[in-house]
Design a protein around this ligand. Structure first.
Ligand code: ADP
Ligand code: ADP
Ligand code: MG
Length: 691
């Protein structure tokens, strides 16, 4: 077996590969950039080599420095992870020349599959269903229009060298093709250094389902079932699962067979993924083949029990596959969610900064057999920088059934503590909680359809609001009771005033009566005071336990609801939420719900309405920069009148282009910066006048 391998990557995937190498008794060498000097992957590896500056082009993309490091450290082989050099055929050629084994497919397989036009041609010749369209280079706008008319609208205009969800546009008409074509070309040239464009039919509301392939150097190929990755935002995967709740055994086999045929055609070896889109009638069409380990590979590992990195290493070493198609059994259901440093309430703007708190749920097997796995490359105190993509962790759950797996994931997310940066956990919780996700009614436009105006946070229904209000009150009462023996002398009636932090402005006032204390432990029986009976709201809540974990900042409340109506109670009896307490203010966060509250004895609360409201400073006449980055495009001029939602400028940070939009209709009064300027947080980009 290999003695030593170099991992040409960073973050969670470098850590992931090192774990398996350790298991196989192979020594590991990490590489790192300036920004990653103290990173987890460097700490985990046996040895490490500094490459250069923080930007990828000065470090993780420097194939010359990486090959030099391999030689210096006497590595037999190299694992590329995903991204960076993983699908770079020239790099594989250079490695081979240097006598270092690439743990991945051959140079020629990468070259033929790396190009979308080329790979579609090969797929067609291997009898794989491809998306109807024009497989070839398109000369100009007029040819693009002619082709689109033949295909029929809507069409998708794609960059042949595209990837990572970039370089794609949908066009619904001749005018849109005419508008988009040249823009798509120049974008492709800028992003991928290759302006070739092709056009295919846009399949409406499809599912994204992909087949995992495993192949050795002796022509043995198996497929390890599929993953469904339909939950996407801007064509990038957010939640993935295996198996797909949509596929039947027959379609699975057909897709698996076609993926195998394609792999055979290009003499594929190592792991690879054949991506398909699937329409409502279960017709499936080839999209592309990814010639690497996929980000979402853990869900396949969880349902098959096969370590894909171990297989890759064995295959690269020259071993024969030790699995046949018959050995592949898909067991249970696994889900992966990608936790990103981004603000879901602000159009998913990337967020950077120090992880002042990082405390994920424990990776383990639970008594009901379900599993939590967390692939990450960060520790508390690490910096999420603007240089790399903003993924912090991939949290995975496994259960005997999809329902169990979802439940396990929901509570794991409740347990995930992240502070110091903005993150998408509230958004992920909201998706998992939605009826549509639970019933597996998925499509690639799921997020677009469900959050048409962006994510604004969740406002609970009446019943949920009363339940959370009760927990808030119970928290407050148990805090102040610490100094007392009983409730005697306490106000009996209390008011919880709730202000929602989500963008939808809503406030509520809930009145409660504390009825009694049960047994020697303090157990609170709390009764809502409502003028009219609200359907679904319990008559009484018994809080029989409220645990406060100050390290995880987690509150676990066990409640029993007494209700005379037979309405289904959607809330679990045990609720884990985050509470930030500064008597009498409490902030509560629970599964996408975020509330600021004040808890006061009712007679005092009633007086509050006579107090002067606090003045809020209005900053809406400025457009400030939400994160450090570079102003790459200004889309308006001074004195322009802009509408609500209209794009104003584009700021590039963390490899992402972020379009900043107008919050209201206004006039652009002053633009303070030119394109190309580097901006810091809160720097004023432009000023507005409202009429
Ligand atoms: P996979 O197909 O393995 O699930 P994706 O399609 O999400 O991965 O991403 C494809 C490639 O793009 C990956 O190699 C990944 O490194 C890179 N990538 C993923 N997310 C981002 C991002 N937010 N910005 C830039 N690149 C990304
Ligand atoms: P990338 O290399 O960026 O991963 P893909 O071709 O794999 O590009 O497409 C990424 C996503 O874009 C798909 O998962 C799907 O959601 C969407 N998509 C791509 N092509 C089509 C199409 N012809 N019709 C509908 N959706 C598409
Ligand atoms: Mg893809």
């Amino acid at each position: 077996m290999f003695k030593k391998i170099l991992i040409a990557n960073r973050g969670e995937i470098a850590c992931r590969v090192i774990k398996t190498a350790k298991k196989m008794n192979i020594k590991t060498v990490a590489v790192f950039s300036d920004a990653d000097r103290y990173s987890e992957h460097v700490r985990l590896a046996d040895d490490a080599v500094h490459l250069g500056g923080s930007s990828a082009s000065e470090s993780y993309l420097r194939s010359d420095l990486i090959i030099k490091a391999c030689k210096e450290k006497n590595c037999d082989a190299l694992h590329p992870g995903y991204g960076f050099l993983s699908e770079n055929a020239d790099f594989v050629g250079d490695l081979n020349k240097a006598g270092i084994i690439f743990i991945g497919p051959s140079k020629s397989a990468i070259a033929s599959m790396g190009d979308k036009i080329e790979s579609k041609k090969i797929a067609k010749s291997a009898n794989v269903n491809t998306v109807p369209g024009h497989i070839g280079i398109i000369k100009d706008k007029n040819e693009a229009i002619k082709i689109s008319e033949e295909i029929g609208y809507p069409v998708m205009i794609k960059a042949s060298a595209g990837g990572g969800g970039k370089g794609m546009r949908i066009a619904f008409s001749k005018d849109e093709v005419s508008d988009s074509f040249e823009r798509a070309e120049s974008e492709a040239l800028n992003s991928f250094g290759d302006k070739r464009i092709f056009i295919e039919k846009f399949i409406t509301e499809p599912r994204h389902i992909e087949i995992q392939i495993l192949a050795d150097n002796y022509g043995n190929i198996v497929y390890l079932g599929e993953r469904e990755c339909s939950i996407q935002r801007r064509n990038q995967k957010v939640i993935e699962e295996a198996p797909s709740p949509f596929l039947d055994e027959q379609t699975r086999k057909k897709m698996g067979d076609q993926a195998t045929q394609l792999s055979r055609k290009v003499c594929y070896s190592s792991t690879g993924t054949v991506e398909f889109i699937v329409d409502k009638e279960k017709n499936f069409y080839f999209l592309e083949m990814n010639t690497r380990l996929q980000v979402e590979h853990p869900v396949t590992e969880l349902i098959t029990g096969i370590d894909l990195v171990e297989q890759m290493i064995n295959i690269a070493y020259g071993k024969k596959l030790n699995i046949t198609q018959k050995d592949v059994k898909l067991k249970g259901s696994a889900i992966e969610i990608r936790i990103y440093a981004e603000n879901p309430y602000k159009n998913f703007l990337p967020s950077i900064g120090r992880l002042t708190k990082y405390n994920p749920p424990k990776e383990k097997k639970y008594p009901d057999g379900s599993i939590i796995r967390n692939d990450t490359g960060v520790r508390e105190g690490d910096e999420v920088s603007m240089f790399y993509d903003p993924m912090i962790a991939k949290l995975c759950s496994w259960g005997e059934t999809r329902d169990v797996s979802i439940k396990r994931m929901e509570s794991a997310l409740d347990n995930f503590l992240l502070e110091g940066i903005d993150h998408n956990i509230p958004f992920l919780s909201a998706i998992l909680a939605s009826k549509r996700f639970k019933s597996a009614d998925l499509s690639t436009s799921f997020i677009q359809n469900e959050y048409k105006d962006g994510f604004k946070g969740i406002i609970p229904n009446n019943q949920e609001e009363w339940t959370l209000g009760t927990i808030i009150l119970a928290y407050h009462i148990t805090e102040i009771l610490k100094d007392f023996e009983s409730l005697e002398g306490f106000s009996e009636e209390w008011q919880v005033h709730i202000n929602y932090k989500s963008l939808v402005s809503k406030t509520s006032k809930l009145n409660f009566k504390i009825k009694k204390q049960v047994g020697d432990k303090i157990q609170l029986l709390i009764q809502p005071i409502t003028s009219k009976k609200i359907s679904g709201v319990a008559n009484e809540y018994l809080i029989f336990d409220i645990q406060k974990d100050f390290i995880k900042k987690l509150v676990t409340a066990s409640i029993r609801l007494f209700s005379d109506s037979n309405n289904e109670v959607s809330f679990p009896e045990k609720i884990q939420c985050r509470i930030n307490y500064q008597n009498p203010s409490l902030d509560l966060i629970y599964r996408g719900i975020s509330m600021s509250t004040t808890v006061l004895p009712r007679h005092i609360a009633e007086h509050h309405k006579y107090m002067k409201p606090i003045k809020i400073v209005d900053k809406s006449n400025y457009l400030t920069c939400p994160m450090p980055g570079k102003l790459i495009r200004v889309l308006v001029k001074e004195n322009d009148i802009v509408d609500e939602g209209q794009p104003l400028c584009v700021v590039e940070a963390m490899k992402m282009e972020n379009t900043l939009t107008a919050s209201k209709k206004c006039m652009v009064n002053k633009i303070n910066h030119k394109e190309g300027t580097t901006l810091s947080v809160d720097q004023i980009i432009m000023e507005f006048i409202f009429k």
